[in-house]
Design a protein around this ligand. Structure first.
Ligand code: VGL
Ligand code: ZN
Length: 209
């Protein structure tokens, strides 16, 4: 990868609550951190996202009577999963993992802070209308190639990748630098298929030179 190529790395939600010991820990999540650290200085721009919920957020099972984590609820016409409380604004769980090298990061984007709306994609909230501004940031910088790493493969990485291709970016998933929640089992496999069908290309961190 050449620094002068118009590429960007998007680090999706590498936060304490998605890592070992966190409230929504993704299996084996910590093992991506040294991989991300090894490649993150090879890109023209680096964006890190942070899931950033108010404590009364609608995506928490605890805010829905009778619901348990990983149940679904109906929002408008959408079925959405409810989760354990996670990434509450200002808490340790919401911080980027301390082992993640933050020096190469150019911009940190906090998402999903509207109490009534979740946001799996870094580009667009789940209503598919409310934008985050990331598309404008990247396009004004003339970025054309996006490389994705982070958590979780079957949630925020998936929806970020799908929106990225739809918005016209050449999109690459760095397969050894993502991990998924996979609850119910099979979601990661399905997510990878959806990404592939959308034109996302898969590569490995060792391909980033
Ligand atoms: C995520 C579930 C809930 C993610 C965020 O970052 O993939 N998953 N909120
Ligand atoms: Zn969340």
């Amino acid at each position: 990868m050449l620094k002068n190529e118009k590429n960007a790395l998007i680090m999706v939600d590498i936060q304490n609550d998605f890592c070992e010991g966190g409230s929504l820990a993704v299996e084996d999540a910590n093992s991506i951190i040294p991989i991300v650290n090894k490649i993150s200085n090879k890109f023209h721009k680096v964006v890190a996202t942070q899931d950033w919920h108010p404590a009364d957020h609608m995506s928490f099972a605890s805010n829905h009577k009778g619901k348990a984590p990983f149940d679904t609820i109906k929002i408008d016409d959408r079925e959405e999963t409810v989760w354990p409380d996670h990434c509450v604004q200002g808490t340790k769980g919401a911080m980027l993992h301390p082992d993640l090298d933050q020096k190469p990061i150019d911009m940190i984007l906090k998402v999903a802070s509207d109490v009534n709306l979740d946001s799996y994609s870094a580009f667009r909230e789940n209503d598919k209308q409310t934008i985050t501004g990331l598309d404008g940031y990247l396009k004004r910088l003339d970025i054309q190639h996006l490389f994705l790493v982070g958590l979780a493969t079957d949630v925020c990485v998936l929806y970020t990748a799908l929106d990225a291709t739809e918005l016209g970016f050449h999109t690459f998933l760095i397969e050894d630098a993502v991990r998924g929640i996979d609850k119910p089992e099979g979601r990661v496999k399905k997510a990878k298929q959806r990404m592939q069908d959308a034109g996302v290309r898969f590569l490995r961190s060792s391909d980033i030179k």
